[in-house]
Design a protein. Structure first.
Length: 76
């Protein structure tokens, strides 16, 4: 069902599904949900999308935010 949803949502938004790194996004959301707070996961995924839309490579941006989430409990 997840793949069907992604394909349908991509079609609606005019996005090539091949450009969506599902596992990268899910891993980022998991790390943020566990390291920061559950509500931070979808918001962070949105921020990743904004960064990618501005030309930031998705893997680079996700790696930086994942590292930030890992350090978050110690910082706060």
């Amino acid at each position: 069902m997840l793949e069907e949803w992604l394909d349908t949502a991509c079609a609606e938004l005019g996005i090539d599904p091949a450009e969506v790194d599902r596992d990268l996004i899910l891993d980022l959301a998991r790390d943020v949900a566990h390291g920061v707070a559950r509500p931070a996961a979808p918001l962070t995924a949105y921020l990743l999308g904004l960064a990618v839309g501005r030309g930031e490579p998705a893997r680079d941006a996700a790696a930086r935010v994942t590292a930030l989430a890992a350090e978050w409990p110690a910082r706060h």
